[in-house]
Design a protein around this ligand. Structure first.
Ligand code: PLP
Length: 385
């Protein structure tokens, strides 16, 4: 029998699993309770926080796509980050994390460090020497986010995982920007993969969710146990919507990328653009690594405009199609000003260390017509000057 590729597995996720009635698309199980056969004799499911058939379908699909032992779907990407810390990092344990992690992750780790729950060191993981220095002492968890949000820096998963494993740390990779169709961290040595499924996986900006996939069955069991104990597991309805999005992920990613590449050409070399960050550009500092590690370049583009905040105002003033909003990975194009939006929780010093400036804009390129996208971005750049 033919072994089905990841793209087909994503498109067919969960289909034809309803053995009772033969529904092609499995139904949503909204019931919170399941009857016991007798006292002490539960069926496969007893209570929806602990286990739910609709969530199981999503968990299995994500574990298959990431090549993991199992998946746990939770209520948000931040719930996924919380779950990894609570389940796998002991009290007072040490985390090494990227200096330009997503602002919410940065805030959570900083708050947990302030209360003494963990110790955290933020490091530029794209610099091998810095990563090696940070991972030269006992560490419980290496947190990797690649490409990073918003500057799209690429961390070498295999190389940093080797350093982390040598000091006994587990390696978690936030794979939100790629989804399992563009990057599979476990194949590069990661122990844990984290997603904000809110983004590309669900893909329609109508559900907030997260997931944690473990490569090791023991870690998976620990995560399942903690997700139930903490009450982080995702709802049946959100799981259903996320699963529906997952089936069109490959098709969406291809159009997202085509449109993003067209806009990269518009930004590239324009006098209003001081810096252009996109891992598919041959002059991106980690172009070769991105090619090795990812099977596409994604559809997030970050630009630094000449003229800082004023330039941002001119660019956004009258900008069509793109909504000024946080989040990314939906069918619609979005634009965000990280310094005041997604990364506002970071201190000014941390923003500056991460390279986020007043003139930085992050674009999530949607599925609209390519020519229209080119036209509106070209007009916006002319407004900047
Ligand atoms: N990780 C990354 C890379 C993100 O961009 C985000 C949100 O933007 C999160 C995690 C948090 O996800 P959520 O908003 O679903 O909690």
């Amino acid at each position: 029998m033919a072994e089905l590729g990841r793209w087909t597995q994503a498109a067919r996720g969960g289909l034809d699993t309803d053995t009772g009635r033969g529904a092609v698309v499995p139904p949503i199980y909204l019931s919170t309770n399941y009857t016991f056969l007798a006292p002490g004799e539960p069926r496969e499911h007893d209570y929806s926080r602990s286990g739910n058939p609709t969530r199981d379908v999503l968990n299995d699909a994500l574990a298959t796509l990431e090549g993991g032992a199992g998946g746990v779907s939770v209520t948000s990407g931040m719930a996924a980050v919380t779950l990894v810390v609570e389940a796998l990092v002991p009290v007072g344990g040490r985390i090494v994390a990227p200096h330009d992690a997503y602002g919410g992750t940065w805030r959570l780790f900083t708050m947990l460090a302030d209360t003494g729950r963990i110790r955290v060191d933020f490091v530029n993981l794209t610099k091998h020497d810095d990563a090696a220095r940070a991972l030269d002492e006992p560490t419980d968890l290496l947190w990797v986010e690649t490409p990073s949000n918003p500057l799209l820096r690429i961390t070498d998963i295999a190389a940093t995982a080797k350093l982390a494993h040598a000091v006994g740390a587990k390696v978690a990779v936030d794979n939100t920007f790629c989804s399992p169709l563009l990057q599979q961290p476990i194949a590069h040595g990661a122990d844990i993969v984290v997603h904000s499924t809110t983004k590309f996986i669900a893909g329609h900006s109508d559900v907030v969710g997260g997931a944690v996939i473990a490569s090791d069955a023991g870690d998976h069991e620990t995560l399942v146990h903690w997700a139930n104990a903490l009450g982080l597991t995702g709802s049946a309805f959100d799981s259903y919507l996320t699963m529906r999005g997952l089936r069109s992920l490959d098709a969406r990613l291809r159009v997202h990328a085509e449109n993003a590449e067209a806009l990269v050409d518009v930004f590239d070399g324009h006098p209003a653009v001081m810096a252009l960050h996109y891992p598919g550009l041959p002059d991106h500092p980690d172009f070769e690594l991105a090619r090795r590690q990812m099977s596409g370049h994604g559809s997030i583009i970050t630009v630094e405009l000449v003229g800082g905040r004023d330039a941002v105002s001119h660019f956004l003033d009258g900008l069509q199609i793109f909504h000024l909003a946080e989040s990314l990975g939906g069918t619609e194009s979005l634009i965000c000003h990280p310094a005041t939006m997604t990364h506002a929780a970071m201190s000014a010093a941390a923003q500056s260390a991460a390279g986020i400036g007043e003139g930085t804009l992050r674009l999530s390129v949607g599925l609209e017509g390519r020519d229209d996208l080119i036209a509106v971005i070209s007009e916006a750049l002319e407004r900047v000057g």
